[in-house]
Design a protein around this ligand. Sequence first.
Ligand SMILES: Nc1ncnc2c1ncn2[C@@H]1O[C@H](COP(=O)(O)OP(=O)(O)OP(=O)(O)O)[C@@H](O)[C@H]1O
Ligand SMILES: [Mg+2]
Length: 366
Amino acid sequence: MSGPNGMLYGGDEIGALVFDPGHHSLRVGYAQEDTPKADIPAVVGVGPATHIPEPEEKVPDGNVTQSGKVIRSPSEHHPALFTEAVWTTRPAREKLAELLFEKYQAPAFFLVKSAVLAAFANGKSTALVVDAGASQTSAVPVIDGYALVNAAVRSPIGGDHLAAQAKHMLSNMHIQMLPIYSIQSKEVIRERERGRYTLKTLPAGLTHSWQQYMLKRQYEDFCHCVAQISESQYEERQAASVPFTHYEFPGGYHQDFGPERFKLTDMRGGGRLRRGRAACAVGLRRGLRRPGQHPGLAGALAKDLAARAPSSHRLKTTAAPNPTERRFAAWIGGSILASIGSFQQMWISSQEYDEGGKGQLERKCP
Ligand SMILES: Nc1ncnc2c1ncn2[C@@H]1O[C@H](COP(=O)(O)OP(=O)(O)OP(=O)(O)O)[C@@H](O)[C@H]1O
Ligand SMILES: [Mg+2]
């Protein structure tokens, strides 16, 4: 039952927490809110011995992501809803339940497929959810709120692959990506002129993992600003007509990028993705897409799907106009679900877990 500030669980009003873990980041926040409280980078490494000040990162609604503690409340007060991929293995799900109940003493726990939640966030219970993440791109058919696990397909091509391609391409073009924290000052120079900059004396104790992490973020930024997806296979003539976009590197070097914008994304092996999408189109009644932020992806998907779906299928495509809503779609779906009154009886309570053990998971969260 929902109360004014949260929901009633065992007679107490408490706020459920929603977790959407990914390879790039973990989204976490309170159910019923519009956006997660934090989008925490999913990195394992050793930070620098000395603190290097960084401008605070903001998620677009103004919430500030913080390193350190984000939710300052004891875990035993909050039911926890986690999103999961359709191919999450049974031992992994059981381990998570064990952690939540036995280590964190959560009062209740629930697992939902992220594709189902992304569909909910878009107001649909039947959809084909295409999710371009960091480690992979997947297409999962959802029918009446259930993900069709056997029909789901994935390709290991996602944002991480793209960042690696950007690194490769820039090194072939002899463009140096200097770490932004290493630049003391730079001069204003003409386009394609060699950068003139002075380097900072870096503090001792900068770890390899931290430096790699910072550099990867820079390649990602380059991809976000420059990459463009072509509606068809890469073709030299068409690529030549793409509008140029300007990019300045940390060392001050700057230039326009044109055909490279398509080239970057063409290395993604569109063929594999295309086959995946075709396999999914079967059994669909209505289509939903959740394209990533890359310009052109929506158009390319629409064209492909229309060409491959049987003509009897009416395809309707949806994508939240706002990139925040798109990136947080699964989290937002979780936030909605966990705040619905009739959902409250679905939670696996700690009591049920104590009595029925991990078997509860298969029964209550199929
Ligand atoms: N504005 C943007 N333009 C293009 N790509 C973006 C943008 N913002 C984030 N990305 C990319 O999206 C990817 C992260 O997407 P998402 O948060 O869906 O991944 P994830 O769920 O953490 O990872 P996975 O689904 O692989 O486990 C990263 O590779 C990131 O570089
Ligand atoms: Mg993801």
